[in-house]
Design a protein around this ligand. Structure first.
Ligand code: APR
Length: 234
């Protein structure tokens, strides 16, 4: 047990749902309109790069229309007021945690607001559409940019740093994630036995039984209440 205790938080699409960002597997979710293999895999990108660029261009265009919600704000407050180590790992590719003020943040599945050059491999900030005429800001080549998104079959980002934080954490919370996708769904199994684990979700996730504490409800209600409780007891 560290003193002050160290905290790792994992978030998924459910924390952004009340901001109006579609989740993946809820009714009406993103995967209802598209096959994962067509828009979220390297093979799909090779097969039809235009379809993949349009899918992410549409999601990138939506970002200015949505805002961080009370759950994002509560996590930024927790980070500010927490005395110990704090790491927020998100599977989300929106920028709502960043806009809420979260700083020690790993976007393990990439970010909509970055483009990656398939020639020089550099990721650059990118807020507009990615098209065949797009020029890489790093190397200047034309037409080689892809979304800086981790697709199925690709390695999530900063896994060493994440597992080091998990191995030493005293509190682990998973918020708004279904437990469908690994490695994130396995993070709860990578924490010390002494770690206090809690799941905050609209319904039990596929790995709910791995958590000591499970709270059911909407993130904008559960997260501010949980943050107040954790800060009061720290
Ligand atoms: N408050 C709390 N939880 C919610 C809310 C809400 N308002 N709305 C939905 N949820 C929960 C759902 O019950 C579900 O368990 O959020 C979870 C969302 O699950 P998914 O849609 O599967 O999203 P996520 O777990 O983030 O998916 C993980 O899969 O498709 C890939 O790369 C993609 O990062 C994504 C990964």
């Amino acid at each position: 047990m560290n003193f002050p205790p160290s905290l790792v938080i994992l978030t998924g699409a459910g924390i952004s749902a009340e901001s109006g960002v579609k989740t993946f597997r809820d009714a009406g979710g993103l995967w209802e309109d598209h096959r994962i293999e067509d828009v979220a895999s390297p093979e799909g990108f090779i097969r039809d790069p235009g379809l993949v660029q349009r899918f992410y261009n549409a999601r990138r265009r939506q970002l200015p229309e949505v805002r961080p919600n009370a759950a994002h704000a509560a996590l930024a407050r927790l980070e500010r007021d927490w005395a110990g180590d704090f790491l927020l790992v998100t599977q989300n590719v929106d920028d709502l945690h960043q806009r809420a003020g979260s700083m020690n943040l790993i976007a393990m599945h990439g970010e909509l607001l970055k483009a990656r050059c398939t020639l020089c491999e550099q990721a650059s900030l990118w807020s507009g559409d990615i098209t065949p005429e797009s020029i890489c800001p790093a190397c200047g080549d034309v037409g080689f940019l892809r979304p800086h998104i981790v697709w199925f079959g690709e390695m999530p980002l900063e896994m060493d740093r994440i597992f080091r934080a998990l191995a030493g954490c005293d509190v682990f919370a998973a918020i708004g994630t279904s437990g469908n996708v690994y490695p994130a769904a396995g993070f709860v199994d990578a924490v010390p036995r002494s770690c206090r684990t809690v799941e905050l979700n609209l319904e039990p996730s596929l790995v709910a039984s791995s958590f000591r504490d499970r709270r059911i409800g909407r993130a904008t209600e559960l997260v501010p209440a949980w943050v107040a409780e954790v800060l009061a007891n720290s």
